[in-house]
Design a protein around this ligand. Structure first.
Ligand code: ADP
Ligand code: MG
Length: 605
């Protein structure tokens, strides 16, 4: 085989350099739109209007009322590595602007026709410039108000190789809308309008951040959400997180922003999963829209061409802070709805905001009817500071055990008075609003679980000796786990000893679970412990271990409860954090309002 002589080394022509660079920055119409939006937002605009035609393939126009570009700098704006936003490495580290690389406009002009019309507020008139795949026209006078309008036409028209990677106009349009929604969520105080093929599809007035989230993501999202606002040293977080019961199979709304920039970040996403882990079944996705702010030098945004990935200087601290903030927001017993989220949803309701095209409409019929949901009852724990570990009393000894005195004020008993048990599954109770229906197993499991966690943390799980020790045939793995995890077992209040070469004897159970099935409970615990291997790893598996104990210790369906027991369970729920959903994220109780019952019987019509 004959070898070709190597080609000589050549410097690439500028246009080709830009086209190569454009491959990184401008993948599709939506990525060009993102760059134009960034520029408009960096210019200090208060209003941004976007037009797209044919999914942005024919036209992307972004119009702003920001600072404008001086006529004699228009050509420079289109040059590669030309920017007004940074001048030094120091500036780069401190940059608060969305752009700073000075390559977006040049990259876009390398793959499309670009026209910029711009006017600075101190200029007498506007000026325009046109550029087209490698060619730059002279600057001309133009008509226009202060601000900048950039038109991008016929993207990739001259570059068939790139065109073929594009999807249908509808799909590309969907991506463009996504970019506008991101920008709008991150910049609530800026007005946005989006026109798609001549039709207005989004109109957003300047708003408070939470209100903007409701405007963009829809009132159904906001109605299920809890407002979060937290500060950890230099890190600030705010936004909305949905109650676990509103989780969905699909990760539809998982919006994260760092310093007003949409990001996809593993650290943050993991922190959220961890925060929800305890209240959500693994297959379900939490929904959230959260904005993080921290000093620019603490986060490197210059690690990804589209700047949608970031690197935190102190990822661990950010992870912990975010997780804590979300956990605390989800924690309050009975999930008292926060006024902030409520008013955001209510306002969105009141003025019937134009919903984003992709935003799901609330599936419920028009107001005022709403699907039955958990109410907004006052929190007992907010009224009476609740000790972390309340007096531990197994459910069925409720009558005998010392309990807090019944609270005569109904406002302190949001779940009301028990009336009856339905089919061995539900507790029916009456409160000021009407009927309360409680899934007794789910609720009790949650309470037991929360108490187990508190007790575990306090290293104080009281133990209750069994009147008759129970022995059972045990596997080698079970015998090994008893040996290996003797400390943990003692800590859990479980007294287990070998009863022979192949059997174990249970002599005491945690008193929280004393009424549970001793053998099943013990086996479940040993199986969990064996799965962790070393006792050092038990702490990591703490929640799974305690959840499994709670499941075996909680009151089973089909058990008859006395009214006193039912009331005790209701009071426990009121005093327990996160008790409005079970360990798997399902609700534990529902309010059926008197008005809903009236409606059923056509009363008062
Ligand atoms: P970068 O945003 O990284 O600086 P760009 O290529 O996107 O790079 O823009 C180059 C320069 O053009 C910007 O630094 C800015 O000075 C100017 N510019 C672009 N778009 C606008 C706009 N909408 N309003 C004001 N100035 C703009
Ligand atoms: Mg830019």
């Amino acid at each position: 085989m004959q070898q070709q002589p190597p080609a000589p080394i050549r410097a690439l022509p500028d246009t080709l350099i830009s086209q190569i660079a454009a491959g990184e920055v401008v993948e599709r119409p939506a990525s060009a739109l993102r760059e134009l939006l960034d520029n408009a937002l960096d210019s200090g605009a208060s209003r941004v209007t976007i037009h797209i035609e044919q999914g942005g393939l024919e036209l992307i126009r972004v119009e702003d009322d920001g600072s404008g570009i001086a006529a004699d700098e228009l050509a420079l704006a289109l040059a590669r590595h030309a920017t007004s936003k940074i001048a030094s490495l120091d500036d780069l580290e401190q940059a608060r602007s969305l752009g700073f690389r000075g390559e977006a406009l040049a990259s876009i002009a390398a793959v499309a026709e670009v026209e910029i019309v711009s006017r600075r507020s101190d200029a007498a008139a506007a000026a325009s410039i046109r550029a087209e795949v490698g060619r730059l026209d002279a600057v001309r006078p133009a008509a226009g108000a202060p601000g900048t309008t950039v038109d991008v036409r016929r993207m990739f028209h001259e570059i068939p190789a790139r065109r073929q990677f594009l999807k249908s106009a509808t799909t590309e349009a969907g991506w463009c809308v996504e970019m506008v929604r991101r920008a709008a969520l991150a910049h609530p105080r800026i007005a946005f309008q989006l026109w798609q093929d001549g039709r207005q599809v989004l109109q957003l007035a300047p708003a408070e951040p939470l209100r903007r989230i409701a405007d963009v993501l829809g009132r159904a999202f906001a109605a299920d959400a809890l407002a979060l606002r937290a500060e950890f040293g230099p890190l600030r977080v705010h936004g909305l997180v949905t109650r676990p019961s509103a989780a969905r199979a699909r990760a539809e709304h998982q919006w994260l922003f760092v310093n007003r920039r949409w990001v996809r970040d593993r650290v943050l996403a993991h922190a959220l999963r961890a925060a929800y882990a305890d209240v959500l079944h693994g297959a379900l996705q939490p929904q959230y829209a959260l904005l993080l702010e921290l000093p620019p030098e603490r986060v490197d945004v210059n690690v990804h061409p589209a700047k949608s990935e970031v690197r935190f200087r102190d990822a661990q601290a950010v992870h912990q802070a975010l997780r804590r903030a979300v956990q605390q927001t989800l924690a309050p017993a009975l999930g008292a709805r926060t006024p902030a989220a409520d008013s955001a949803a209510a306002q969105a309701d009141a003025d019937g905001v134009l919903p984003a095209p992709a935003a799901p409409r609330a599936s419920a019929p028009a107001a005022p009817w709403a699907p039955p949901r958990q109410g907004t009852l006052p929190l007992r724990s907010a009224l009476q500071p609740w000790a972390p570990l309340p007096a531990v009393a197994p459910l069925s000894t409720a009558e005998a055990a010392p309990r807090p005195q019944p609270d005569p004020d109904p406002a302190h008993q949001p779940l009301g008075e028990a009336l009856a048990q339905l089919h061995g599954i539900y507790i029916l109770a009456q409160n000021a609003h009407g009927l309360v229906v409680v899934d007794m197993h789910a609720a009790h499991e949650r309470i037991v679980y929360e108490r187990l966690k508190a007790a575990w943390d306090a290293r104080a799980l009281p133990s209750q000796p069994l009147l008759l020790p129970v022995s059972f045939a045990a596997s080698a793995a079970e015998l090994g786990a008893v040996d290996e995890h003797a400390d943990t077992l003692a800590c859990l209040g479980l007294d287990i000893a070998a009863g022979g070469p192949a059997s174990l004897v249970v002599r005491a159970l945690p008193s929280l679970l004393a009424r549970g099935d001793a053998v099943r409970l013990t086996r479940a615990v040993l199986a969990e412990l064996a799965a962790y291997g070393s006792s050092a790893r038990v702490e990591q598996g703490r929640n799974a271990l305690l959840a499994s104990m709670a499941c075996h210790g909680a009151v089973r369906a089909n058990r008859q409860l006395s009214l006193a027991e039912m009331n005790a369970l209701l009071r426990d729920m009121e005093a327990t954090e996160r008790s409005d959903q079970c360990n798997h994220g399902r609700p534990t109780w529902r309010q059926v309002g008197l008005n809903e019952l009236d409606a059923l019987f056509l009363r008062g019509r």
